[in-house]
Ligand binder design. Structure first.
Ligand code: EPS
Length: 387
């Protein structure tokens, strides 16, 4: 990947850290570019008690000088405020401190395979890192990728399609202005009636000690044709997007464009016919492919959908086994969220932005942002791109 990032941090440890490498120099940033997306990730009806404790802020400690990138790796730290309540249990020091171990793995979590794999006796050694708290660090990196994409004329947006059994009406015609109020919706859904039913479903689930999953969609607008490549498996952009979105905690499915819904259709109804006119240049009347053909963007909006399972930390715990005694037991009961599909959509925006930004770095290069913009302009002129 031309742009790469890594995160570190445990959910109740001192904080999260991310390093993003590969942005050009000269990109202008404000603290708000990062903190706005961090705040959006914390929202959504169905969040639990932890969000009252955290109010995420990104502290940039490298790669930036007076609000402009230097072309060197950007390092970001996000403190865990909750660490104050966990210091004894999560302190990196001293060696050999006595803390109560967790022995009750939760079905659906990394807990059991994680302790088996690493030879741990304490499930907390796994669950702390497996927690979706880590996605705050991804969102900070994604926010930087979005600023870069914006300079190249692209915007990455998202909305929730379904929560539990409640589905919003499908719309294929969405444009960026349609997303303006999406963060004001308590479930980040564009349809107010469906949103009200989703809120009711989350409330009912919470009362019943249940959790709910759902689906969401990310759309990237202004994406030029030719990002990604057909020539090798690992440079196919749909493959990279699928991995990026599937890597988000609790994801169980990813589709590009109409995704699984294309499978039952006859070929004549499954593709996007090609048109050209002097005024508009190349265009399609449908976007079933989700803006990707042959592993490359085709100039239509990139559309990626994700399916999230219901969160597996339940206040009504499932059957499990105590890993110390091997006796049947109930899984660990912990404070948890009842639904995080709205937040997951914000995380997916970040992951899609990082993949697209990386593909732009590969295609347009440039040590300074102006070089990248000039390379994009020259390319779009060569292919006669009119949008
Ligand atoms: C999470 C459990 C909850 C979530 C957490 C992810 O935290 P806690 O165990 O402290 O109640 O709130 O998400 C975040 C802290 C976050 O910032 O998204 C889990 O088990 O994955």
């Amino acid at each position: 990947m031309a742009l790469r990032f890594m995160t570190a941090g445990e959910s109740h440890g001192p904080g999260l850290v991310a390093v993003l490498e590969g942005l050009p120099a000269g990109l202008e940033l404000t603290p708000d570019d990062l903190d706005r997306d961090l705040a959006r990730r914390q929202l959504g009806h169905g969040r639990g008690g932890r969000m009252k404790i955290e109010s995420d802020r990104a502290e940039v400690t490298a790669g930036l000088r007076h609000g402009r990138t230097l072309g060197s790796p950007v390092a970001i730290r996000i403190a865990n405020r909750d660490y104050a309540n966990w210091e004894e249990r999560m302190n990196p020091w001293p060696v050999g401190a006595e803390v109560e171990e967790v022995h009750l793995p939760r079905p659906g979590h990394a807990d059991l395979a994680g302790v088996q794999k690493h030879g741990f006796t304490d499930v907390r050694n796994v669950l702390e890192r497996a927690s979706a708290r880590e996605t705050a660090a991804r969102v900070a990196c994604g926010a930087l990728a979005k600023v870069f994409l914006r300079r190249l004329g692209m915007v990455v947006l998202s909305h929730v399609l379904s929560i539990g059994a409640v589905e919003a009406p499908r719309r294929g015609d969405l444009e960026p202005p349609d997303f303006e109020g999406v963060d004001e919706s308590p479930v980040r859904c564009l349809d107010p009636d469906a949103a009200a039913s989703m809120v009711a479903a989350i409330d009912a689930a919470r009362k019943a000690n249940e959790s709910l999953g759902g689906t969401y969609e990310v759309r990237a607008f202004g994406v030029p044709p030719g990002l990604g490549s057909h020539v090798s498996w690992d440079v196919r952009l749909d493959g990279q997007l699928a991995q990026a979105v599937m890597s988000i905690h609790a994801m169980k499915g990813v589709g590009v464009g109409e995704g699984f819904d294309l499978a039952p259709l006859p070929g004549s109804q499954a593709h996007d016919e090609i048109f050209w006119s002097e005024e508009a240049g190349w265009r399609r009347e449908t976007n079933r492919a989700g803006g990707i053909e042959g592993g490359m963007t085709n100039g239509e909006p990139v559309v990626v959908r994700g399916a999230m399972k219901p969160l597996p930390t339940l206040t009504k715990p499932l059957r499990s086994v105590d890993i110390a005694t091997k006796e049947p037991a109930q899984a660990l009961r912990e404070r948890t969220d009842s639904c995080t599909v709205p937040a997951a959509a914000v995380v997916a925006e970040a992951m899609v932005a990082l993949v697209l930004a990386s593909a732009c770095r590969a295609k347009f290069g440039g040590d300074h942002i102006d070089d990248a913009v000039a390379a994009r302009d020259a390319y779009l002129a060569r292919i006669g791109w009119r949008r």
